[in-house]
Design a protein around this ligand. Structure first.
Ligand code: HEC
Ligand code: HEC
Length: 143
């Protein structure tokens, strides 16, 4: 009987001490797992209207160059529309005074635009001035 009481008291003490030192877990994203995702803050693009800034230097070979200009009004990329092509496409780049698409954007045999490149922003990204989320020690291979 005595032994049972000792075990009971010891267990009770463990629970009480355990509760006193309990610190709630804080998730890295700062919200409860079940909470709805917070929309990220909307930041303005560093670049302005196309034609008003230099291109951004590339840091490694085969890098898709980043987009130096703002893209606020060029988000219409659908089956029949592509606002990026209005300036960068082979039919328009000269009169729009814009850099021409890379050679890799055309099918070698037919010289036609490679439709797998239709969604430009899956490779090219416009820039905002945001703090890095993690330390970045990347060193490019272009001097
Ligand atoms: C109104 C014309 C226009 C439109 C529309 C446009 N661009 Fe541009 N783009 C330019 C010009 C001009 C430059 C040269 C840099 C500058 O002046 O901003 C450029 C630069 C770039 C570059 C850098 C090229 C390099 O060699 O570094 C990329 C990548 C690019 N644009 C991608 C895009 C994408 C993707 C879209 C669609 C979301 C787009 N552009 C829409 C005119 C345009
Ligand atoms: C699958 C990834 C990918 C997609 C999608 C893509 N690009 Fe590119 N782009 C690249 C890479 C990589 C380069 C670097 C040069 C090269 O490989 O041609 C480049 C280069 C460019 C250049 C600079 C050309 C040069 O080297 O001087 C322009 C302008 C450009 N792309 C515009 C666009 C536009 C506009 C679209 C959509 C119609 C687009 N790209 C879709 C990967 C992509």
């Amino acid at each position: 009987m005595n032994k049972t009481i000792t075990i009971l008291v010891a267990s009770l003490l463990t629970v009480i001490v355990g509760c006193a030192s309990y610190e709630p877990l804080v998730s890295m994203r700062g919200a409860d797992v079940a909470a709805a995702d917070k929309a990220p803050a909307t930041l303005a693009y560093v670049g302005k209207r196309p034609g008003t800034q230099p291109v951004v230097a590339r840091t490694f070979s085969t890098q898709p160059p980043v987009i130096p200009h703002a893209v606020d009004n060029f988000d219409e990329v659908s089956l029949t529309e592509n606002q990026c092509m209005d300036c960068h496409g082979p039919a328009n780049y000269v009169k729009k005074n814009s850099p021409k698409l890379g050679d890799s954007h055309f099918v070698a045999a037919t010289k036609a635009f490679d439709a797998s490149r239709h969604v430009c922003t899956s490779c090219h990204v416009a820039q905002v001035d945001a703090p890095a989320l993690v330390e970045n020690r990347f060193i490019g291979n272009i001097k």
